[in-house]
Design a protein around this ligand. Structure first.
Ligand SMILES: [Fe+2]
Length: 246
């Protein structure tokens, strides 16, 4: 194909086109892969042990580390070296990450690892996390695991964790604590007078925490956590990075 820039070679098979009208094709360029893995009921016992160990860690002095969270507790990284529950979770995350990296055709999935798990707990109104990304350099992807849904009335004890629709997590909770993931072009998109109902101009996605869910996404995606709105609420999460092994 000749153009102002000369000959352009491209692989039509590598780009998905949608026919929107005769002879008119549309491609969604630069997709951002976000993976949701529901560990479901099989992780309920692991979740209980993770919660016990988070509480154990919180009870120890000088274990709170200042990261992106505000009015909240965050542990040091590397809890997989301290607790069997976190080591077990690390292995589950690595299995999911291998599927994720294979799906996005990351060249070498054999030399990556889930490194440095850390725990976060927001307790009461106002606690939140600022806009941030995880890691740099060797970090390929990042994510979060929820050992618990938002705790306000132990409702999570009664729900069937296997009963899950991925679409259902993209919603607001009504009580805060949502994970917010931002398009890397967030600022530019927000400057555009947006048509309503067009996902091409969406600049952020809101995710409601739910017990047993693992969320994986690229390292370059900024994210934050909305403030909890009620004092009796607690929100637990476990963060990590997926990176190339040294
Ligand atoms: Fe984070």
């Amino acid at each position: 194909m000749a153009s102002f820039f000369g000959s352009i070679e491209y692989n039509p098979g590598g780009i998905k086109f949608e026919v929107i009208k005769h002879n008119i094709n549309c491609a969604d360029l630069f997709p951002v892969p976000l993976v949701i893995d529901n560990f479901g009921e099989s992780a309920r016992e692991l979740n209980r042990r993770l919660m016990d160990d988070i509480h154990l860690e919180m009870e120890q002095e000088d274990t709170s580390v200042s990261r992106s969270f505000v009015s909240a507790w965050q542990s040091e990284s590397g809890l997989e070296r301290k607790y069997a529950s976190f080591l077990e979770l690390q292995k589950h995350i690595e299995a999911s990450a291998a599927s994720y990296l294979a799906h996005i055709k990351y060249a070498d999935t054999t030399s990556v690892e889930c490194a440095g798990l850390w725990a976060n707990c927001i307790s009461g109104a106002g606690g939140h996390s600022m806009y941030h990304i995880h890691g740099s350099g060797a970090v390929i992807a990042t994510g979060v695991y929820y050992p618990s849904s938002l705790i306000k009335d132990r409702k999570s004890d009664r729900e069937d964790l296997n009963d899950f629709n991925p679409q259902s997590i993209f919603r607001e909770t009504g009580v805060g604590g949502e994970l917010v993931i931002y398009d890397p072009s967030y600022i530019v998109k927000r400057q555009v007078i947006k048509p309503s109902g067009s996902h091409y101009y969406e600049a952020l996605k809101t995710i409601s925490p739910r017990e047993s869910l693992l969320i994986l996404f690229p390292q370059y995606l900024p994210h934050s956590v909305e403030p909890l709105l009620e004092d009796q609420l607690k929100r637990y999460s476990i963060s990590f990075t997926i990176e190339k092994s040294p």
